[in-house]
Ligand binder design. Structure first.
Ligand code: HEC
Ligand code: HEC
Length: 148
């Protein structure tokens, strides 16, 4: 590639990345602006969880594992969530997610005396998953400055 062109590509990329970093979160996708009227098959989450709170949690799980709703639920990507069958519990990952909820609750129970009263220890899906469906088993390559 001609050097001038190369530089231009770099400049555009840098500008785009910079711009992107400064953008506020994109407006919510209208396809995704949906909340169920009622919940049918809640087994491991608190039975009195509201549909709003459940939807917030589901979006947190998407972020924690860097997956889409179809990772655990039956539905078609690009179609509105209202067309998904969230009561179908047939996917293996749905079952694994329920196991994960129980084990995360178990860890919080096990660790409950480690924290301070005003700062309880809290384990979440993101504690392990860090935006990946496969949690790392070794530390990241670049060691951060050790804490004193
Ligand atoms: C990591 C797996 C996973 C992901 C990702 C996920 N869910 Fe769920 N979802 C579950 C599990 C497990 C339950 C059942 C919880 C229980 O049994 O207490 C559930 C329950 C639900 C329910 C309630 C169904 C009912 O009526 O009982 C809805 C609605 C739902 N999810 C929507 C979503 C949406 C929308 C997304 C994406 C934003 C999403 N889920 C992402 C695993 C997942
Ligand atoms: C203590 C660490 C830990 C926590 C906390 C944790 N997970 Fe996991 N999770 C794992 C490990 C380890 C695996 C197996 C990963 C692999 O296959 O590489 C896994 C696998 C999964 C899978 C299967 C992924 C696949 O590729 O099939 C799902 C779904 C999942 N976790 C959901 C959750 C959810 C939802 C939460 C929070 C409620 C959660 N996990 C909390 C460690 C954790």
């Amino acid at each position: 590639m001609h050097r001038g062109v190369q530089l231009a590509v770099v400049a555009v990329t840098v500008a785009w990345v910079g711009l992107y970093a400064q953008q506020p979160a994109p407006p919510a996708n209208p396809l995704e602006d949906w909340t169920p009227d009622m919940l049918h098959s809640i087994e491991v989450l608190p039975k009195d969880i509201t549909p709003d709170a459940l939807m917030k949690l589901m979006k947190d799980w998407n972020a924690a594992l860097n997956v889409d709703c179809v990772f655990c639920h039956k539905g078609q990507v690009g179609k509105p969530w209202s067309t998904y069958d969230f009561t179908d519990v047939g996917k293996k990952r749905h079952e694994v997610a329920r196991l994960m909820v129980k084990s995360t609750a178990g860890l919080n129970e096990t660790f409950k005396d480690l924290g301070e009263a005003d700062e309880p220890v809290k384990v979440t899906c993101a504690s392990c998953h860090r935006r990946s469906r496969h949690p790392e088993i070794t530390p990241p390559a670049a060691a951060p400055k050790p804490e004193k």
